[in-house]
Design a protein around this ligand. Sequence first.
Ligand code: GRF
Length: 198
Amino acid sequence: MKKSRKKNKPRLVFFISGRGSNMKAILKKIQEGKLKADPVLVFSDNPQAKGLEIAKKYGIETKSFSPKDFTTREEYEVALRDMVIQAKADLVVCAGYMRILKQPILQAMRGRIVNIHPSLLPAFPGLKAQKQALDYGVKFSGCTVHFVDEGVDTGPIIDQRVVPVKKNDTVESLSKRILKQEHDLYWRSIRDVLKKLP
Ligand code: GRF
């Protein structure tokens, strides 16, 4: 980030796969001085991710590679780990990163990887959480920030927001209502996690 980069602030590495609206909301809070952190790198497994353009506008280094750039899936996982170590990341922030993280990075960054999920976990983990909620007929859903572990959206919960499901909601309308809360929740959760990091 061009402005306000100082030494000694906790270093964030973002993992994204798509549009990057959660990442952008966090970057805005950093720029406003509300979140004291240094976004040092944005990684995407998808070179076309819109979020990479946002990162560049903020002057943040970007990297993109995917499993198909490697002979084995393990080599990809090792490359992820080596990348965050090289970036001296204090916290890895998954924001719409569409892959499950594996052992090498989990081990190296234990308790230092967070994710946001658009449901009230443990309900509706995995893909299409908003559709799952609508199909089930719940009256409330929401979003969850959690630490990442070996499972799919199973790690310890950091914080949640409840969002009502309305009678005529579509996946789009519910997703929009939840996303608004995601944008307000994620940076606060990161702030809380950073305070407690050793
Ligand atoms: C968000 O709904 C987030 O909860 C989920 O993926 C979506 C990413 O959106 N993990 P964006 O890329 O941050 O706009």
